[in-house]
Design a protein around this ligand. Structure first.
Ligand code: BEZ
Ligand code: MG
Length: 568
């Protein structure tokens, strides 16, 4: 490549990154219990809701309607750099939504007609849907419901999802009902899963020139409720099977997708499921186990069926008999939840990184499978089987389906995806490639963990819109900033996935900037001290190597706050 082509390539890569950051939807403050959404927040939510097709409500996506009316190819809506047409369309949609919020549906539809010739009857359907959602956003029964719950009264249930996935989660302040586990995965979830899992395999193939010998997937309960089992469907698709429904429409069986249709090998998947998933999706656990057994038993060439190849290897080496070697669904012991990896990291109570992966396996090595007589085995402690399965894993993955909670917002992502990746690193003697999907956006994206940490840091922790939004909440806001720093650190500890510049910028933004330091100090010296301690720990553990001057400053801040916090 010549110098200019390389330069052009870099400029376009940079533009792509900027567009991605710019378009990322972030929360700009915490939800205040009992308070309805404010106008700006409401407009942002409605714009996001309106950017998806909603055939179940007869409502089209507004950007697609505008593109159609202007006679443009729908591909203009893809997120390419310097996509001025898309910017123009997004601008029109944002304007129409503001008009809708200020006045009403007919006014917004009329405006869109005058600006982009969108037929009023077409957009009115969408605005009418937004009208219903908007009314629900104005209601807030949270405090009333809490009081009723405390009195032991009935709370009306509603579906569990986020508002963009299913606007009918509104109004808030209701109980969340789950899904019928036999309905999982839904047809839509299976269709979407193919797209995402293919993108995941394509990404691995691009980076490594071949498919992974085995992958480890994290499956959560709430996520599979929200998406009607998208994570479950991804696991099935990677194995190369589809669910079959019985006479009662229950997904209780699977059938293999022929290799000539699949056009790739069947991938071996090790599934670590949360305690919540285990409790909510008992029949699904059995379905996943059945899928692996079926694939392992297929008479296919080993180079096209990695499950069969890996299971045979374990059986032939004498590690396990067939029924044990095929165990791929692991969770906590019955009645137990979580990995504790997050607690160990938060309390700095670990000597070396490998201990975090070992803790993960100790907590999660309970196999949910069958014995040789076909009897269900619910939670048989089997570290040797989990170790054997993880030793072949080359990529780890978790499906992210919400814009509300990201990988640095809570400690659960690093406890699970980080924990399993660290466990794989020791057992396979190589760090796996770690991926996350962003299956919420209309165009599903697969990102590496490192890319996702950078994106989260730029759009949240280091983004003034985000941290100023948090600081509106005073004491709690500083605690949220500190939480983000601690969760970011969790990705260093479990996966070495944080660039040193991230710690440098965090220290500059929150500690070395005098004005900001004083603000945080006044609002919440406790969290400020924890933040400084975490940065020092990042240095002490070898994840960041700032100038001695910066370290001195950190130590001084910690010392100074020690007096203040202990006196207070
Ligand atoms: C779950 O839905 O399975 C889950 C939720 C929070 C943390 C971990 C798992
Ligand atoms: Mg390391």
């Amino acid at each position: 490549m010549n110098r200019f082509a390389d330069r052009d390539h870099q400029v376009s890569f940079l533009a792509e990154q900027l567009v991605e950051i710019e378009q990322r939807l972030i929360p700009t403050g915490l939800h205040v219990f009992g308070r309805a959404a404010e106008l700006k927040e409401k407009a942002d939510l409605l714009r996001m809701v309106a950017s998806f097709e909603r055939p179940e409500h007869g409502a089209r996506a507004l950007p697609a309607l505008v593109a159609d009316a202007l006679g443009l190819d729908p591909d203009v809506l893809s997120e390419e750099p310097n996509n001025e047409t898309k910017e123009l369309i997004d601008g029109m949609v944002a304007d129409a939504i503001s008009r809708f919020c200020e006045k009403e549906a007919a006014h917004a539809a009329g405006w869109l007609n005058s600006k982009a010739s969108v037929k009023v009857e077409d957009s009115l359907q969408t605005f009418k849907l937004l009208e219903k959602i908007s009314e629900q956003l104005d209601l807030n029964h949270e405090i009333e419901s809490l009081m009723r719950a405390l009195r032991g009264e009935y709370i009306e249930p509603g579906p569990g999802a986020d508002i963009v996935q299913n606007p009918f989660v509104l109004p808030t302040g209701r109980n969340t009902h789950a899904v019928n586990p036999y309905s999982v995965p839904s047809r839509t979830a299976f269709d979407r899963a193919q797209f995402t899992a293919d993108a995941l395999l394509r990404r691995y193939l691009d980076e490594h020139g071949r498919y992974p010998r085995a992958m480890a997937l994290v499956l959560w309960g709430l996520d599979n409720i929200k998406t009607q089992g998208e994570g479950v469907a991804q696991a099935l698709w990677l194995l190369g099977v589809r669910p079959i429904r019985d006479a009662l429409n229950r997904a209780t069986e699977v059938e293999e997708i022929p290799l000539d249709e699949l056009q790739r090998p069947r991938i071996d998947v090790v599934m670590t499921v949360s305690g919540i998933f285990r409790d909510l999706f008992t029949p699904t656990m059995a379905l996943l186990d059945k899928a692996v057994r079926r694939v392992a038993g297929l008479d296919e060439p080993p180079e096209m069926n990695y499950v069969r190849r890996n299971v045979s290897e374990s059986v032939e080496s004498g590690t396990a008999d067939f029924d044990d070697a095929v165990a791929r669904v692991f969770s906590n012991a019955p009645g137990n939840y979580g990995t504790n990896v997050n607690f160990m990291v938060m309390q700095s109570a670990w000597e070396n990184e490998a201990a975090l992966g070992d803790l993960f396996v100790t907590r999660k090595c309970f196999a949910y499978t069958r014995d040789s007589k076909g009897r269900t085995v619910e939670g048989h402690e089997a570290p040797e089987l989990m170790n054997d399965a993880l030793a072949r894993v080359e990529a780890t993955y978790q499906n992210i389906d919400s814009f509300e909670v990201g990988i640095t917002d809570v400690d659960h992502y690093f406890e699970y995806l980080g924990g399993i990746s660290k466990a794989v690193e020791k057992r396979s003697q190589s760090r796996p490639s770690i991926y996350l999907s962003d299956s919420l956006s209309p165009q599903t994206k697969i990102r590496s963990l490192e890319e996702t940490v950078r994106l989260e840091t730029r759009t949240k922790t280091l983004n003034p819109k985000w941290y100023e939004g948090m600081l509106k909440h005073g004491f709690r806001g500083v605690a949220e900033i500190e939480n983000h720093v601690a969760n970011t650190f969790g990705w260093s500890a479990t996966a070495d996935a944080v660039d040193p510049w991230i710690y440098t910028e965090i220290s500059k933004t929150f500690l070395l900037d005098e004005e900001m330091f004083n603000r945080l100090h006044k609002l919440n010296p406790h969290s400020l001290q924890s933040l400084a301690k975490r940065l020092l720990e990042a240095h002490d553990r070898g994840y960041w190597n700032p100038d001695e001057e910066v370290l001195e400053k950190l130590r001084e801040i910690i010392f100074q706050l020690e007096n203040k916090v202990s006196v207070a």
